[in-house]
Design a protein around this ligand. Structure first.
Ligand code: DSN
Length: 452
């Protein structure tokens, strides 16, 4: 039988991933085991509803893997699915010190929408970080559905790149939001969760929510504070970034855990049940049980001691990469990084816009993304910055020595961009770029992608 064309494109993608380095800070490489679960026959099954939550967390894994309990599902044949989902919930709760985990959101965006839907009424106010200052689309950008349902108020960052906590407090007191949300996709500092929790406690009925998609792996590895330890009610995350699981979402919460069948009173204590009802049937249908199985495997990996070393190395590598780039003349937003992520203002540093630099780096096998910097005048398609980080490179085993080499290549590519002047002329430097590409490829092949 003729092979579907899709498979030849997957082979091409394997080659691309193997011969270059992934610097996009929100990407990573999964293990063979995570990949096997994600590609398993569990995709065949419908499982709308939930397993039983009894003894999760708290029971030994072996007990969870053996026990068959009555469930809250709408289809039969769930004896294996229930136990897999219970394992995923148990591991997620243990990783993040949560009372409850909903492992069904298909993505971080779905997870965020479900939390808004669980706690707010249409028109309610949500205080979240300005997208232009490093926030996320799902935190109130006018192009999203949530922004049409709720009234988002934005706080910003200071010139030093930290959250403007004074502004956040002022806006919280003025607007009395139903949710205060700490979360971002381009922010290099460690948030002061304690201070935000103190502000939130002054607002009656205010849910404290943290979207930790970028740093969940650092939290799991003990290299970043956990908002749930500081009085936050809810933490959402994707599972594929620093957490190194399959592409998906997760909601962790503190509070009472009970059957999702009966509508509970709308209190902060009942937030786990309200969230379960908001995920299914509120905003999603059948869960992706093959992906939930892959999440369970990834959470199991993150519970191992090796993951702590991984999280530590992500930060160590990011610090060295940032320092080397500063030495090479790159101006970094916030001056550097306290996590896995770096945002460089390349327009200000070298007069080269982020999109042009992204394209040139792509040509040598170094992948990152153009990104707006706070106060950017360049717009979404010609932003002044680039965003990159170290989670994927650290998974492949690169260390500080290799970070210095990456910085050298990044500067050489920047010099080429400055030399040719415009994006249209980049092909004039093809020979020079090809030479760098060969060097990148040689090193990349010494550090194989785990599941390829
Ligand atoms: N798209 C993700 C990121 O790259 O940060 C956030 O959803």
């Amino acid at each position: 039988m003729e092979k579907d064309l899709v498979f030849s494109l997957i082979e091409n993608e394997k080659k691309r991933e193997s011969e270059g380095f992934e610097l996009i800070p929100s990407e990573n490489y999964v293990s063979k085991e995570v990949l096997a679960a994600a590609g398993s026959i569990l995709t065949n099954k419908y499982s709308e509803g939930y397993p039983n939550f009894e003894g999760v967390p708290g029971n030994a894994e072996e007990k969870i893997a053996e026990e068959i309990l009555p469930n809250y599902r709408y289809y039969g044949g769930q004896e294996n699915i229930d136990r897999i989902e219970r394992l995923a919930i148990d591991r997620a709760c243990r990783l993040f010190n949560a009372d409850h985990a909903n492992v069904q959101p298909h993505s971080g965006a779905n997870a965020n929408e479900a939390v808004y839907w669980a706690w707010c009424e249409p028109g309610d106010k949500i205080l979240a970080m300005n997208l232009g200052h490093g926030g996320h689309l799902t935190h109130g950008s006018p192009v999203t559905r949530s922004a049409h349902i709720y009234d988002f108020i934005a706080y910003g960052t200071t010139p030093e790149g930290d959250i403007d906590y004074d502004e956040l407090e002022k806006l919280a007191i003025e607007h009395q939001p139903k949710i205060i949300l700490i979360g971002y996709s381009a922010f290099m500092k460690i948030p002061d969760f304690k201070r935000v929790a103190k502000i939130g406690k002054k607002i009656p009925g205010c849910l404290l929510m943290a979207d930790m998609a970028h740093v969940a792996g650092l939290i799991a590895g003990g290299e970043h504070p956990n908002p749930l330890d500081f009085g936050f009610n809810v933490m959402t995350t994707t599972t594929h970034k620093t957490l190194r699981g399959p592409r998906s979402g997760l909601i962790l919460s503190k509070g009472n855990v009970a059957s999702p069948l009966r509508k509970p009173e709308k209190t902060l204590e009942n937030i786990p049940i309200l969230i379960d009802r908001a995920v299914f049937p509120g905003t999603q249908g059948g869960p992706l049980e093959h992906i939930i199985a892959a999440k369970a495997v990834a959470f199991g990996e993150a519970l191992k001691p090796e993951f702590k070393t991984y999280a530590k190395n992500i930060k160590k590598n990011a610090k060295v990469l940032a320092e080397e780039l500063v030495k090479a003349g790159f101006k970094l937003c916030g001056g550097g990084t306290e996590n896995h992520l770096i945002l460089a203002n390349v327009e200000e540093s070298f007069g080269v816009n982020g999109k042009f630099y992204e394209k040139a780096l792509d040509m040598v096998g170094l992948t990152l993304n153009a990104n707006a910097v706070p106060g950017d005048k360049g717009g979404a398609f010609r932003p002044s910055g680039v965003r990159f980080g170290t989670p994927a490179m650290t998974t492949r085993g690169l260390g500080t020595k290799e970070m210095k080499q990456i910085a050298v290549w990044m500067k050489r590519v920047m010099d080429i961009c400055v030399g040719v002047g415009t994006e249209e002329n980049i092909l004039n430097a093809k020979e020079e770029l090809d030479a760098i590409r060969e060097e990148v490829k040689k090193l990349a092949l010494e550090y194989p992608v785990p599941a390829i």
